[in-house]
Design a binder for this molecule. Structure first.
Ligand SMILES: Cc1cc2nc3c(=O)[nH]c(=O)nc-3n(C[C@H](O)[C@H](O)[C@H](O)COP(=O)(O)OP(=O)(O)OC[C@H]3O[C@@H](n4cnc5c(N)ncnc54)[C@H](O)[C@@H]3O)c2cc1C
Length: 564
């Protein structure tokens, strides 16, 4: 064992699928010992009740004038799917299965349209088999079998991809989904360097549960944190909900271990290195196209005990944006610097629909944050923002959370309480697209996006649509605007309507100079924008590297690139 490394207790593999429910054990596991919901985000216990669904249906009917009812939830036992197009060899049968429920539950990721298909009982393209390797040997044997037989492989973490990253490719003849759920423990912690070796299938809450007794945290909280995994975060270059500084998984990766069809790939643990292009940078964001990440060393932090939060109101979106620029360029590095446009501030924080809301938060394990938040508030006031002094909440040294009440608390509640099941199947079309743009182009960019996507929404959905925006992440050179659109669609025609809007949004962000995705990844959904955004020579170079690592094009075809 390397110097300074403590072995921490092995946690049993977590079962998220009924087919793999383990024994009783730890009460904290109760949540995970149940089936993942196939028609909303999270677990069966996260599904809304019939009464809640009916309540939302009634509200939508009143708003749109079209009577809607929550559709019945299909009984998985009665759903029919295509037979598996392969035989699982006996030597792999302990962890690879062609059972119907396994295949159904791995047909889709977490995108709204996928959840809608699942709710309608449509599982047209399930994988042919699902593997749950319990160790690296089984992982390696599964990949070798699939690659040797010419089958395609989809790596699967928490299945929260919203860009069609885990759905089987349409044109593949046989597909094996490899779910990492049994590789789900912290293997080592290096307290001296503050880093841990973590298996790829570990879910966010389990990771934080394991680190908490050590006084440590990864401090990486994507909105999908409860259901997404370490391997998924690294494979997609996930962004946490902290707005500035270290919040992307990129900054936390110290080294990666990954199995590929051509063998193991493992980088050296280093705090930094100037030795040529970084091997980790090639893996981070590879979205399962180069290999299957089995574990990685990630940089950790002490848990914060100093916190400060405030909600600052601005007369306009652009006044708020100027304040954000001024704060981030002053290099105060707030943990939260989330600007909500008037539409979003009204909907999620109860403002009047004219004003924008800026949520500013600071935290630290060691340093009081009183001075930092006061400096940020001063800059915000200079830009036209208003907040009463007694609305600045500071809990220096106690560890107590701030920002749980008022407009900030209301926003927080709506951010963490997302439940796609409430509106699933009620004809509403809801989606988001996130991008990033430099400050010098932000105003024109935002105007162009609103105009172009707004015109498409008007044409496709007619009256009743909304398009709103917030900044999820902010950099000294520009913000990451996150747009949400919604409106009443045509029952039964939602997919076509959504697709038209999504294609228009992909085209608008790329043509106006932004990125087709800031943190949701490319998957199969963002290809039309990604193909235009990245240099062609880069695509050729990446494909050449893939041809060496994955010569048969086994891994996740159609994600990022088409394999020739
Ligand atoms: C409600 C909701 C909120 C979200 N919020 C955020 C957010 O705040 N920030 C953000 O960045 N994303 C967000 N996402 C998107 C998604 O959660 C992230 O992309 C996340 O990193 C995916 O993790 P996962 O474990 O669920 O991976 P999966 O969905 O299982 O897989 C995602 C991709 O990574 C590949 N992959 C997964 N595991 C491995 C592995 N071990 N080795 C190689 N490839 C692998 C898959 O093949 C797939 O292409 C959100 C999604 C939802 C549904």
């Amino acid at each position: 064992m390397p110097h300074g490394v403590a072995e921490i207790p092995v946690r049993p593999a977590l079962a998220r699928f009924s087919a793999y429910t383990p024994g009783p054990e730890d009460p904290r596991m109760a949540k995970w010992e149940q089936r993942r919901s196939f028609w909303t985000w999270g677990y069966a216990s996260d599904e809304p009740s019939e009464e809640q669904r009916k309540g939302v249906a009634k509200a939508i009917s009143q708003r749109t004038g079209v009577e809607v009812e929550p559709p019945p939830i299909p009984d998985l036992a009665e759903v029919e799917i295509r037979p598996a197009r392969l035989e699982v060899p006996a030597r792999l049968a302990d962890w690879v299965s062609s059972e119907k429920e396994e295949r159904l539950l791995h047909t889709y990721g977490g995108h709204f349209m996928e959840l809608l298909s699942a709710l309608r009982g449509q599982f047209d393209n399930p994988p042919d088999a699902v593997a749950h390797p319990r160790n690296e040997d089984e992982l390696e044997a599964t990949l070798a079998w699939a690659d040797g037989e010419g089958y395609k492989v989809v790596p699967y973490g928490g299945g929260t991809s919203v860009v069609w990253g885990v759905r089987p490719p349409d044109d593949a003849e046989q597909v094996i989904t490899i779910d990492l759920d049994h590789l789900s423990r912290v293997v080592e912690i290096d307290h001296t360097s503050r880093a841990a070796r973590i298996q790829a299938g570990m879910l966010g809450p389990d990771l934080e549960d394991a680190l908490r007794p050590e006084g440590l945290t990864l401090r990486h909280f994507p909105q999908s944190f409860p259901w997404s995994t370490v391997g998924g975060w690294v494979a997609t270059r996930a962004g946490g909900h902290y707005a500035t500084n270290h919040t992307h998984i990129d900054d936390m990766v110290e080294s990666v271990r990954m199995i590929t069809p051509s063998g193991w790939w493992e980088s050296r643990r280093l705090p930094g290195s100037g030795a040529g292009p970084s091997p980790d940078r090639m893996v981070i964001g590879s979205e399962g196209t180069l290999g299957i990440i089995s574990e990685c060393w990630l940089r950790l932090q002490k848990r914060p005990t100093y916190r400060a939060t405030g909600g600052i109101v601005f007369p306009s979106w652009h006044a708020g944006a100027e304040a954000v620029r001024s704060i981030v360029q002053s290099k105060l590095w707030p943990s939260n610097l989330r600007l909500l446009d008037p539409g979003e501030a009204k909907q999620s924080a109860g403002l009047d629909g004219e004003q924008a809301l800026l949520i500013v938060g600071f935290e630290s394990a060691d340093v009081p944050q009183d001075a930092n938040i006061k400096a940020a508030v001063a800059l915000a006031r200079e830009a036209g923002g208003s907040i009463e002094d007694d609305q600045i909440k500071i809990s220096d040294g106690t560890g107590e959370a701030t920002g749980r009440d008022g407009a900030v608390g209301a926003w927080r509640q709506s951010f963490t309480g997302v439940n796609a099941g409430l509106i699933n199947g009620l004809g509403m079309i809801v989606d988001t697209f996130e991008t990033a743009i430099t400050w010098d182009r932000f105003r024109d960019f935002d105007a162009e996006i609103r105009e172009r996507v707004g015109a498409t929404l008007e044409r496709v959905l007619g009256p009743g649509w909304t398009l709103s925006c917030r900044f999820t992440h902010v950099y000294t050179d520009g913000p990451a605007p996150y747009y949400t659109f919604q409106g009443p669609g045509k029952l039964g025609g939602e997919f076509e309507q959504w697709q038209e809007i999504k294609e228009a949004a992909n085209a608008a962000v790329v043509e106006a100079g932004g990125t087709v995705t800031h943190h949701h990844a490319v998957g199969r959904m963002h290809r039309s924008g990604y193909d235009r955004q990245r240099p062609d020579l880069f695509a050729d170079a990446y494909k050449a590297a893939k041809a060496k690592i994955d010569p048969r094009g086994t891994l996740n075809p159609g994600v990022l690139f088409d394999v020739d």
